[in-house]
Ligand binder design. Structure first.
Ligand SMILES: *Cc1c(COP(=O)(O)O)cnc(C)c1O
Length: 356
């Protein structure tokens, strides 16, 4: 049976990307070798590295002064690398706490300097995005999480601030156009909206570096990876290759502006079903609803297992919500076709007729 992949991460990738990736696992680029066994110093892999860097710059519209890095350690390592590289011990890193990932990020930053939590939506189990706060004039940076994968909320607008924004975009990178000049650092684990687990994209505005006087271990210093174009040590070659293929797919499909339109449409039909079906309700505040992770609840808990069974019977996989929200979560990243969202909507609709 065809599966419809709603997992939050690792998550769905475009079918064509998966086919091309499995081809390259057999034979890659006319080299007579698999992508899995070729040197990262070979000319074939050097071309992959070059393409992924230039595609990132093109897709995001990176201005002069920004670099795109491909690192290991997941988005979780960026929680401390951002602070280690940018935050002087007497600095003031400002955080907006919009969920579990933000909480983890600000905890790590505390090891390196001053941290202020400007606002938090913890009071309502992170079901909304706080907007009513001011960024102090001495802020070193403002840290935001653009999309809260677990709670299903998303920043629709980034605040106007003098301080550079450091942003965890793990679950919505490449899902919409951005005004890059607002950002000092953007980081994203690949496994939500870009590629397989194992590589993390980091965008760095170079003039923010070299303002701390602590000793930074070589591998944790952004300068190292800028200087060596992400090949100071052996990079995660296969995840990088697959992410590069996804970027080709993105470009062939109209880039981030076209993705945004498609994502709005997909989320629109799902939220519409949630709002019109009397059995269900959305988990997040309407104005903050994520286009990537759609969280929703059954008003009657006892139907929970039955609904999951109905999803499974239709081939919908990965619908169970995160334990901290309960209910359900449908992750509908870039690669998710509208037809799969429609399958889920039909399941909900049928379920409503049967149990309503
Ligand atoms: C998944 C996720 C992370 C953690 O990513 P890892 O690569 O597993 O470290 C961090 N932030 C957000 C917003 C996420 O969705």
């Amino acid at each position: 049976m065809k599966k419809h992949n709603f997992y939050a991460g690792p998550a769905i990738l475009p079918q064509t990307v998966m086919q091309q990736a499995s081809e390259a696992a057999k034979e890659f680029g006319g080299s007579g070798l698999s992508i899995l066994e070729i040197s990262h110093r070979s000319k074939e892999f050097a071309a992959v590295m070059e393409e992924i860097i230039s595609s990132t710059k093109e897709l995001l519209g990176l201005p002069e002064g920004y670099e795109a890095l491909f690192l290991t350690g997941g988005a979780s390592s960026q929680f401390y690398m951002t602070a280690m590289n940018l935050l002087p011990s007497d600095g003031n890193a400002c955080y907006v706490d919009t969920g579990a990932w933000s909480t983890k990020a600000l905890k790590e930053a505390r090891a390196f300097g001053g941290v202020s939590v400007l606002a938090s939506s913890k009071d309502k189990n992170y079901s909304y995005v706080p907007k009513d706060y001011t960024v102090p004039s001495d802020a070193t940076y403002l840290h935001l999480t653009s999309n809260n994968t677990i709670f299903g909320t998303q920043l629709k607008e980034f605040p106007k601030t003098k301080a550079p924004i450091v942003c965890d975009m793990s679950s919505d990178i490449f899902s919409r156009p951005l005004d890059i000049k607002k950002f000092g650092v953007i980081y994203a684990g690949a496994q939500k909206n870009l590629g397989p687990a194992g590589v993390t994209l980091v965008i760095v505005r170079k003039d923010l570096l070299n303002k701390v006087d602590r000793v930074i271990p070589t591998m944790l210093d952004y300068n190292t990876h800028i200087k060596k174009e992400s090949t100071f040590n052996t990079p995660p070659a296969f995840p990088i290759y697959v992410s590069m293929l996804t970027m080709r797919w993105l470009k062939e499909n109209g880039g981030v502006a076209a993705m945004e339109k498609k994502n709005q449409e997909k989320a629109g039909i799902l939220y519409n079903e949630i709002d019109s079906n009397p059995l269900f309700e959305g988990a997040a505040a309407k104005e903050d609803r994520s286009l990537m992770n759609v969280t929703f609840l059954l008003k009657e808990d006892k139907l929970q297992d039955k609904f999951l069974e109905a999803c499974a019977a239709a081939g919908c996989v990965g619908i169970k919500g995160h334990r901290s929200v309960g209910g359900f979560r449908a992750s509908i990243y870039n690669a998710m076709p509208k037809s799969s969202v429609q399958v889920l909507v039909d399941v909900m609709n049928d379920f409503g007729k049967k149990h309503g």
